[in-house]
Design a protein around this ligand. Structure first.
Ligand SMILES: [Zn+2]
Length: 448
């Protein structure tokens, strides 16, 4: 009995310690109304990775929600945690993804090693802190601590950034602490093309809010633009030997994929974003060529002048990656591999390997239990890319089910609806109910 009591007491003590460790902190106790940015280099190859500290920077604004300091949802392929140095208590944390994480799954990473500049921001701490970076192992789904550094928050070496680029309100609905704050950044617009960029910002805003659930949450967003001209107009297209001198060196053919338009110099991007209060960065590129990308809590980017409906649809698709961390629901279309393993449940809300679907909100949206849905073959194996695939008819909405194919692979990964904005979106113009719910939940986190 005595032994039992002791074990029981220990469990309670450990449980209390874990709860305390991740309990939300009071903003005023730990933080000031400005930003600390930690820059580092993320290096390695397919098998290994390293983090090298670069610079600590003080930036003038903080736009984040003061009641959402710790993210305990276990999301993102990476995570950073800020600990109070004296007590060891976690006072801030976020999950995120990076371009380097993706590069590690390409064939190139099998034979070469590489480094990319990265960084993240958090409210400026009042007392000394410890920064920790965690990385998720795809094969097990587990996070491992890869980096730790103490920061003296008053140290003279902390660079004070003095932004001097113009910031322009596109949509202002109120106090940044209670809003989702998006900053739009131009790429490939020359000094003479400022009006063209501002027009693209207004189009982006109208396009984003043409989709639910954004439409009904419009008053929960602020959108600002920061103006920075490029020397030359347009964007580099390496596959056509076309290079242009632009502010951020964005280019198509990232990882050899023509439509994958991305940039590697994340720290230069953060320098520009620091000119205004922001939480989410989206880059509008002065291009008519279809392409772009979105990385969770990192940045989104796409061409602003694609003919037809593709500009609007691409905004909505990439924003789903960037803001919510939604996965691609399509099959193929990439040279990344080993992203999802059949015995690991992906952390993304809109795909499953059926390993632990029960823990996702998706499971509560099925007519029956996941097992019954699966057994009763509510599964339709079709690829929305194929010509026979049905178009979505809003008069007869599809049931939320478990449809095989997603996360780039045909077998073993499942999606909630036959088609969705997070799939090949040419025959559809809505998010599936599971993505819609996940977007709403994220908006609520930022604005609670
Ligand atoms: Zn979806």
């Amino acid at each position: 009995m005595k032994e039992n009591k002791r074990v029981c007491g220990l469990i309670i003590t450990v449980t209390i310690a874990i709860v305390q460790c991740f309990a939300q902190s009071r903003f005023e106790d730990y933080f000031m109304e400005k930003t600390m940015r930690f820059d580092y280099y993320h290096a390695g190859d397919a098998q290994s990775e390293y983090y090298f500290a670069d610079e600590v920077i003080e930036e003038p604004y903080w736009a984040g929600n003061k009641n959402y300091l710790i993210d305990s949802r276990n999301v993102g392929n990476q995570q950073f945690r800020i600990l109070d140095k004296t007590t060891g208590k976690v006072i801030y944390s976020r999950g995120y993804n990076t371009l380097f994480n993706e590069w590690q799954t390409t064939p190139e990473a099998q034979t070469t090693s590489k480094a990319m500049p990265e960084g993240f921001t958090f409210p400026y701490p009042k007392q000394d802190i410890i920064i920790e970076i965690y990385s998720r192992e795809n094969k097990t789904g587990k996070l491992h601590k890869k980096f730790s550094q103490e920061i003296d928050v008053d140290h003279y070496s902390i660079r004070k950034s003095r932004p001097n680029l113009p910031s322009i309100d596109i949509l202002y609905t109120g106090n940044p602490a209670q809003k989702v704050d998006i900053v739009l950044i131009p790429e490939g617009y020359t000094e003479a093309e400022k009006e063209l960029f501002l027009k693209a910002c207004r189009t982006f805003t109208n396009d984003l809010f043409s989709y639910e659930p954004y439409t009904q949450n419009r008053n929960k967003f602020n959108i600002r633009a920061v103006w920075k001209a490029s020397k030359e107009s347009g964007v580099s297209i390496p596959g056509e030997h076309l290079w242009r001198n632009t502010a951020l060196n964005a280019h198509y053919y990232t990882f050899g994929i023509e439509r994958y338009q991305m940039l590697e110099d994340y720290q230069s991007l953060l320098d520009i974003a620091a000119n205004t209060p922001y939480e989410i960065i989206y880059i509008l590129t002065n291009s008519q060529k279809y392409g772009g990308g979105g990385i969770y809590n990192f940045y989104g980017i796409s061409a602003a002048n694609i003919p037809g409906a593709s500009t609007r649809k691409t905004y909505s698709h990439e924003f789903g990656h960037l803001f919510v961390g939604l996965a691609d629901e399509y099959i193929g279309g990439t040279n990344m591999s080993d992203l999802y393993f059949s015995d690991v449940e992906p952390w993304e809300a809109n795909i499953t390997t059926l390993t632990n679907l029960e823990e996702k909100t998706w499971a509560t949206m099925l007519d029956k239990s996941p097992k019954q849905t699966y057994v009763e073959k509510d599964i339709e194996k079709f690829n929305p890319q194929k010509p026979h695939s049905p178009e979505y008819n809003p008069q007869e909405p599809w049931k939320v089910g478990i449809y095989e194919g997603g996360g780039y692979v045909e077998r073993g990964v499942y999606r909630p609806w036959p088609n969705c904005m997070m799939n090949w979106f040419h025959k559809i113009d809505v998010y599936c109910p599971v993505c819609t719910q996940a977007i709403q939940a994220t908006i609520d986190l930022y604005t609670r």
